[in-house]
Every structure is written in structure tokens, then in C-alpha cells.
Design a protein around this ligand. Structure first.
Ligand code: SAM
Length: 237
């Protein structure tokens, strides 16, 4: 029987291919109560989405056979989200929403006023995978490790334009140029950007300083708002 379960699997996908699941067996058998004959959807971020029939199931092991592709790979636009990590639950929220909103890569950055010095990259990557499972996406954005904003800018590819969400611009009209190409959105921490960061960012030829409206948004709200504005103006909506 067809089920609504979608799983990310780290295996090549193709007709007739067999896949053994161990880590997800408990979820499929005990939580979702699926067994032999049931059909789930699987994707690996590269080969689209496939219908997979459960051949055999136990609490520790599920054997799948792939039947047919149900969706081709749908890549998001070439958009990175750079954000300064905040409190744990709010950082998780940013990664989850960025995946749903179609970011191609998620880069936590340490800015002058960032209040956390480390992140659990593996946990954040798992959040991105779960969000892709839930939203019907066939692509999972990579979550990079935490890096210093200054160092990232030292090696920045100049063809990638930056939508610099600057709380200092609040209330002014948002201005984004037309046209495609690679982009990144930059969101600051609770404390905002330092004067030195603002000066450097404003002087870069590939950076556009934008306002997200007349009110100062929390960083997690700002990330979703910025992704919405960008997707509506330049993205795949
Ligand atoms: N402490 C700062 C202040 O009081 O001005 C606010 C920082 S805000 C909580 C976190 C980040 O969200 C900012 O660094 C910026 O990237 C973004 N942001 C929030 N509201 C914004 C707005 N109205 N325009 C542009 N960016 C905004």
C-alpha cells in the first residue's frame, strides 16, 4: 500500500535497486507501522524521488526494492544563506526554513557580534535532511561548518552577488537588481553588524544593502523574510 512516508537514503537510486535500511527501521516499523508490501518514497539528493516497496521488515532492518521514479531531481536556485548562529532552537529553525524555502547551501558565519563560537554541523545537517523529507524536496542543501565572515569574504567568488540585510537600512526601500546568476543572502546576529563589518560590506562591488521593511526583525524572522523577498524577485516561485 502507498504511504506518505518520504525518506532520505544515502544510496544510488535506480529501477530494481535494493536498499537495506538499519537506522530508519525503527521509525518505519514501530512508529509508522509499515511492513512488507507497503510503498514509501525515497530520495538521495541526486537521483530524484523513487517509489520503494518494502520487501521485508523487522525492527532492526528494512529491505526496499525501488520501483519507479516519481519525481526528477529539482535543483533550487543557486542561492546561499549566510547567517550568524543564534540560540539553538532558533538556529535549528533557520536551517529548517532555509531548506524549505529553497536555499542551495547554508553557511553559518561568525560575525563580530555572534554570540556562539561553535555549532553542531552534523545536527544542523540532519535538520536540513528532515526538512527536505517533509517538504517534498528532492535536494538537500549542504550545511557548512561555522566560518568567520571576514575570512569568507577574503575568498569570496566575485560573481556571487550578496543581498546584505542591513538593519541600518530598516525603513528604506529594498533594492535588488534584476538578473540571475549566483547569489547569497547575509543575515546578522541578535546584536546586528559592527560598524567595521558594515563599512567593508558596503564597499564590496558585489554587495547590495537591503532593508527588510520598517521594523527590526529577529534574525530567524529576517532569514525567512529575506528568502521570501529574494525568491519572489529572482528565484523559482
Ligand atoms: N540589534 C540590531 C538592532 O537593534 O538594530 C538588530 C539585529 S536583527 C535582530 C538581526 C539581523 O536581522 C540583522 O543583522 C539583519 O541582518 C536582519 N534584519 C532584521 N531586521 C531588518 C531590517 N528591517 N532590514 C534589514 N535587515 C534586517
Amino acid at each position: 500500500m502507498a504511504s506518505l512516508v518520504r525518506l532520505f537514503v544515502d544510496a544510488p537510486l535506480g529501477a530494481g535497486q535494493g536498499i537495506t535500511l538499519t537506522d530508519q527501521a525503527h521509525y518505519l516499523v514501530n512508529v509508522m507501522r509499515l511492513g512488507a508490501g507497503d510503498v514509501i518514497q525515497v530520495f538521495n539528493g541526486r537521483d530524484g524521488e523513487w517509489a520503494a516497496r518494502i520487501e521485508a521488515a523487522s525492527r532492526k532492518r528494512v529491505e526496499l526494492i525501488l520501483e519507479a521514479q516519481t519525481k526528477p531531481l529539482q535543483m533550487p536556485p543557486d542561492l546561499w544563506l549566510l547567517f550568524a548562529p543564534i540560540k539553538k532552537a532558533r538556529t535549528d529553525f533557520i536551517v529548517e526554513k532555509a531548506t524549505e524555502m529553497g536555499a542551495a547551501r547554508i553557511c553559518p558565519v561568525q560575525t563580530d557580534y555572534t554570540n556562539s563560537e561553535r555549532i553542531r554541523q552534523d545536527r544542523l545537517q540532519a535538520h536540513a535532511t528532515e526538512a527536505a523529507e517533509q517538504c517534498g524536496g528532492t535536494f538537500v542543501p549542504e550545511v557548512a561548518d561555522l566560518q568567520k565572515l571576514g575570512k569568507l569574504l577574503d575568498h569570496w567568488p566575485p560573481e556571487r552577488q550578496v543581498m546584505f540585510c542591513d538593519e541600518g537600512m530598516a525603513g528604506q526601500s529594498p533594492a535588488l537588481p534584476d538578473g540571475g546568476g549566483p547569489w547569497a543572502i547575509l543575515i546578522g546576529p541578535e546584536g546586528g553588524f559592527s560598524a567595521a563589518e558594515r563599512k567593508r560590506l558596503q564597499a564590496l562591488p558585489y554587495t547590495y544593502s537591503v532593508s527588510l521593511g520598517p521594523r527590526i526583525l529577529r534574525a530567524d524572522t529576517a532569514a525567512v523574510a529575506a528568502l521570501t523577498v529574494w525568491q519572489q524577485h529572482l528565484g523559482d516561485w
